[in-house]
Every structure is written in structure tokens, then in C-alpha cells.
Design a protein around this ligand. Structure first.
Ligand code: FE2
Length: 391
């Protein structure tokens, strides 16, 4: 059972506001009394949601989405990329915390310790994003994809996967922006692997760790599973509609900009898989709008993100990647939307990859939040957002 929240967000907000008000006098000089210390709390989703939240039910009805017509995705399975140098990307992905589970001369599959056969697939060739891969609910969903998206289908209909661990069947289509999206079904379940041990943590009042010392082994942060990926689009409204109308993909948070006439225009979406009452990650897919100052002037994958065990694992993994000379993009820090502790890196082909830990869980009762698309909203702590993150 999760522990009950230690505080209400109401009190949380009031205190932050009060702290601001009390930290300066009327002439703007600091008072002799210091600022209030920082605080943290696990806040219920309906209190934490930004702006004027709406229920998923009313959002779906406003958008005219017929739930019964959607293609049902079960989870995100793995990412697919093409890299020029297989050995170079393999060395990086091992340092990033993955293990090679199968290799041929031209393809490699990399796994974590989670429930998936593999979380990352590489084909040898010029640098290219080959799309995220969703596991669908049934073989019937694959058939529905082939019939629904006829001209968008890139594979020879439903293709049997003969070479990959766990097998299964796959269909690849192109979304309206031209991004490949893959769908898999029938993959054999992976054999359960050893989970990392949980650390005992002492705080000022509860000290379960008695005569036991914290000891760590340096090394990569072992990857558990793929969590999410993000796309930067030229036409956010079309892409948002396409993903939410056709699949059980529902926003968790929308980000908007305010137009000169005061109207709000949505420019980005963090979206989860609608699995009813079942708890799922706060975002599995995010879609953002390409900005004129982006260093990549065309639609592109922003990053994909993999779950690691905890904060220490992540910090040790960060240190490992620094020592190996890889290029950090942004992190460690903690996001506000989704709450994850994040750490972003460039891989050796300059695709961005992320380690995350401690992400939010949502379900169909979690309201959709609406917040301004501002850099300050990206993290509660961590280094300043570098320009290259907003590429
Ligand atoms: Fe992320």
C-alpha cells in the first residue's frame, strides 16, 4: 500500500506563497527572518493537476473520440533505430545500462532486467529513427491497423518476426508526420530476471537501517524498461488528433502558449495509455511543436527514456557515463510534469536518451492538467535547461 500523502497541496501552495510574501518587507529589503525551508510532498493527482484540469471523460467527449473504435495498446515495448556503427552504439548502450541479448552481422537487440525481451533494437545503416514499438492487446488489433491505415503500412502487412528474441508479429506504419510507428503482438514473455535490492533509508525520525552501511559498486545504471519517447512535430494539432483518435492514448498534461489575443493554443502533450483503472506511467508518448529556433529544422524524435531503479543508481550511472567521456545534455534533475528524476545524454549518433526514476502513475480518473509551455516549468531542481535540450 502506498503511504497516505503527508500534506495537502492546498497547504503546500499557501505556504510557498506566504514564504514569498514574508521574505521581503514593503520597501523590498529582506527581513531578518530567513526564507521558509523547502518542502516536498506526495500530492494526490486531482490536487496537483495544473491550470483548470478537466476529466479525461469530458476531454474525450469534447474531442469526439469514440473509445470503442480505438486500437488498444497494451504497453510500450521497445525503440527501433538505425546506426552506422554497430560496435560504437553497442559500447554506448552497455555503458548506458543495457545488455546485448542477440546479435547478427547487421542487427542487435538490447535488453533490460524488466519484463521485455528487449527494449532497444538497432539495424546497421545510416543514422535513422525507426520508431517506437507498442505492444497491442490482440492479434486482431494488428489486423485492424492494416485495414485502417492501408496506405500508411510500411511492412508487408502483418509480418512474422523470425529473427528477434521472443518472436511475435509486427506491423509498421507512418504517422501523418512521416514518423514510423511499430506495433507488435505475440512476443513470448521474457524469463524473469533478478531485481535490484531496495536500499533501506534512514530519515530524522524513522531509521530502519540499523548497523547496516550503504555501499555501492560503480558501473552503468541497469535499465529496467522503456518508459516513453517524444516526437517534435511541424503540425502538433494533426498529430495529437491522430494519436488520440486512433489509439487508447490520452493526455495527462497539455502545455499551451498564450496568443496576443489572449487565446490559449496547445503546443505539447504528455500522454499515457488508457488502461482504465490500471495504473500506467504518466507519459508514454509526448508530442511537441517544432520551434523556429530549433537546431533541427524538421520533425524529429526528441528522445526516448528508460527506467532505472532509484536515485543512487541514476547518480552512479551518471558518473559512469561522465567518466567514459559521453556528452551529458541535461541532468540530474527532477521534472515537474511526470515527477521523474531525469538525466539526458547524447548517444554516439547524437540521438538523445534518458535515464529516469520515480515517475508518476495515473489512471482513467486522473484529471488532465493544462500548464504554460515555459522552460521554468520543466524542472523543480537541476541545472538550467540547456538550449540543446530544446532542439
Ligand atoms: Fe523524458
Amino acid at each position: 500500500m502506498a503511504a497516505p500523502p503527508t500534506d495537502s497541496f492546498q497547504g503546500f501552495q499557501t505556504n510557498i506563497t506566504e514564504a514569498k510574501a514574508q521574505s521581503t518587507t514593503t520597501n523590498g529589503n529582506p527581513q531578518s527572518r530567513g526564507p521558509s525551508p523547502n518542502r516536498g510532498a506526495s500530492v494526490p493527482d486531482n490536487e496537483a493537476a495544473a491550470g483548470n484540469p478537466v476529466s479525461q471523460k469530458s476531454w474525450l467527449s469534447e474531442e469526439g473520440i469514440d473509445k470503442s473504435k480505438r486500437i488498444i495498446l497494451r504497453k510500450l515495448s521497445h525503440m527501433r533505430y538505425q546506426h552506422e556503427d554497430l560496435d560504437q552504439i553497442t559500447t554506448f548502450l552497455r555503458d548506458f545500462g543495457m545488455k546485448v541479448v542477440k546479435k547478427t552481422d547487421t542487427e542487435r537487440w538490447y535488453g533490460g532486467y524488466g519484463p521485455d525481451q528487449y527494449v532497444y533494437y538497432v539495424r546497421q545503416g545510416p543514422r535513422e529513427f525507426l520508431g517506437g514499438t507498442f505492444e497491442v492487446e490482440s492479434h486482431g488489433e494488428l489486423e485492424k491497423i492494416v485495414t485502417t491505415f492501408k496506405d500508411r503500412v510500411q511492412t508487408n502487412g502483418i509480418e512474422e518476426i523470425t529473427s528477434a528474441p521472443g518472436g511475435g508479429n509486427m506491423v509498421t506504419i507512418l504517422d501523418p508526420e512521416g514518423f514510423p510507428v511499430n506495433f507488435i503482438h505475440g512476443q513470448a514473455e521474457a524469463t524473469p530476471k533478478q531485481m535490484p535490492g531496495k536500499l533501506l533509508v534512514n530519515d530524522e525520525s524513522t531509521k530502519p537501517r540499523q548497523r547496516q552501511f550503504q555501499r555501492f559498486q560503480p558501473g552503468p545504471a541497469a535499465i529496467h524498461k522503456l518508459g516513453h519517447f517524444g516526437l517534435v512535430s511541424n503540425d502538433f494539432p494533426t498529430l495529437k488528433t491522430w494519436y488520440t483518435q486512433n489509439f487508447n492514448i490520452v493526455p495527462s498534461d497539455m502545455l499551451y502558449i498564450e496568443l496576443p489575443d489572449g487565446e490559449r493554443k496547445n503546443v505539447a502533450m504528455f500522454a499515457h495509455l488508457d488502461r482504465g483503472q490500471d495504473l500506467v506511467d504518466h507519459h508514454t508518448l509526448f508530442l511537441a511543436t517544432l520551434t523556429p529556433d530549433s537546431s533541427i529544422p524538421h520533425p524529429h524524435v526528441h528522445h526516448c527514456s528508460f527506467e532505472v531503479h532509484d536515485f543512487d543508481t541514476q547518480a552512479l550511472g551518471h558518473q559512469w557515463l561522465v567518466e567514459k567521456g559521453y556528452k551529458n545534455v541535461w541532468g540530474l534533475g527532477r521534472h515537474i510534469l511526470g515527477s521523474q528524476i531525469f538525466d539526458y545524454w547524447w548517444d554516439t549518433s547524437k540521438f538523445m536518451v534518458e535515464h529516469y526514476a520515480d515517475g508518476d502513475l495515473v489512471n482513467e480518473d486522473t484529471p488532465i492538467g493544462f500548464g504554460p509551455a515555459e522552460d521554468e516549468g520543466l524542472a523543480v531542481w537541476g541545472p538550467d535547461v540547456p538550449a540543446e535540450f530544446l532542439h
